[in-house]
Design a protein around this ligand. Sequence first.
Ligand SMILES: NC(=O)c1ccc[n+]([C@@H]2O[C@H](COP(=O)([O-])OP(=O)(O)OC[C@H]3O[C@@H](n4cnc5c(N)ncnc54)[C@H](O)[C@@H]3O)[C@@H](O)[C@H]2O)c1
Length: 549
Amino acid sequence: MLGMMGCGKSYVSEVLAQKYGLDHYEMDAMIEAEQGMSISDIFEKHGEAYFRSLETTLLMDLLKNKGACVISSGGGVVEKAENMEAILDMAVSVWLKTDVPVLLERVRGGEERPMLLQGNDPAEELERLLNAREGLYSKADIHIENNGDGSVEELADQIIEEVIMAQETKKPKIVHVNLGERSYDIVIGSGLLSSVQDYLPFDIKGKKLFIITDENVQGCGYPEQIHKAFQNNGARWSDIKVMPAGEATKSYDRLIEALDWMLGNDLNRDSIVVAVGGGVIGDLGGLAASLAMRGVPYVQVPTSLLAQVDSSVGGKTAIDTPYGKNLVGTFYQPVSVIIDTDTLKTLPEREIYAGYGEVVKYGFIGDKKFFEWLEDGNGKKVLSQEPEATARAIEVCCTNKAQIVEADEHEKGQRALLNFGHTFAHAFETLAGYDGKLLHGEAVAIGLVLAFDLSVRMRLCPVEDYERVVAHFRDVGLPVNIHDIDAQVADAIISNKQALRDVMFRDKKVKDGKMVFVLANSIGDSLVHKDVPDELVNEVLEDFLNWGR
Ligand SMILES: NC(=O)c1ccc[n+]([C@@H]2O[C@H](COP(=O)([O-])OP(=O)(O)OC[C@H]3O[C@@H](n4cnc5c(N)ncnc54)[C@H](O)[C@@H]3O)[C@@H](O)[C@H]2O)c1
């Protein structure tokens, strides 16, 4: 229970606990009892910092060790980031919202309220504290008005109802990938990293865990969180290998480095490789896991939007070569995919946009309703990381991908649909040189537009659908033409037309000398076309390269 002094936390918590047969812990009272003095005296004698450290220790103990209970916290508990993180992670939080005049009425005679004593005018002081904390309280899962309008019993019932609903939405969602003995679960939720071991299909006790990541993701602390969780839960050994960030890491050299690290640390068939990062780390880690000892189990913990909606699912692993992208790789399924949506909070905005290219792709391939949902304002919500829309989009994409992979694990047919837009995209990326100037998802976005353009020229798709795609991309801010990408990359592509075509022909999507393209009959209805005339591909490229000239 969170909220300002005087919001009624203690009383409401007490009634709530009694009504539902739960234990109730009133933190300030517990600290006073333990220290043998009032909170005001603790402040006066030892200072606020001392009180805050007692508060954190007590909070962690209650959250970790007390099971289902009601905790009534002190009003300032939210001010420490580590407290707030733990509360959001381990509890269902309720903010009791009360207006300042009501608060003032309730805290009259507040000589026992040390935070009030710091200001001259209690009303001003309450206003100041509320302004400072409002943003933090508002992170709570549930917001309940408590201005004394109804009975406390009614309030308790309302809280319980909303807690049950919040628990449901906090529960991780599971998407199952059904591939016989290679089946696995994709777990999607928030706050999963510190208990990753709970979502694995086996016990990690006595096992060696090889965590592979990149420097950016390492900097965010996610691999360390997982490493600690492994160590606290009986792993025999675990360590983190940090690779440079970026597409260039999908290389022969880095593959050898990863394998040497694993073998040099006595990896055995019982060991587990855990790839924590974006698609680059997932693809490289998965390939290394598939090759070491002819294959050890690996877990995907994707941290970029692109990896969460696409690359972590389905078991394609690869590195790039000077001849093209993903040309050396394996089909090798993970044993588990654990998607902690909280990790997206640190993902740079440009990467979120790049990931959106793969999100919207699922709408085009076979889920028109999903595209309409994105068009209907939800795409923008995903891009601004609104948690519910983001979690929903990830779940829909994973469900779509799981179905396609189940039907065609080794890309003999329908799985190729996932390459919608990718023949163009891979060629642009190869010419751009994998140095971060053109992100995979950005290339995919343009590739999707060109695939619709080609579909119209093939007289498969109505021009209105092409226009609708372009309109949506423009609406959300995705690139649609050559001028929307880095100028240097654009120049490299424009001045190397022949190389662009060569790379497209060398792409895996060439069969019997003919270009194989994924095209669309309409939005949500895609097909693999095995006989696309060169002239039309040339027309699309020419118009794209000469756009606006
Ligand atoms: N295997 C497949 O089925 C498949 C499917 C689609 C794409 N891919 C591959 O995926 C790759 C692209 O993946 P990507 O876009 O994730 O690239 P990436 O792995 O390079 O990640 C993008 C950037 O975001 C950083 N990052 C990742 N998570 C972060 C976080 N939570 N906070 C802060 N920074 C974070 C990374 O360090 C990197 O700089 C390409 O190589 C592509 O070929 C593979």
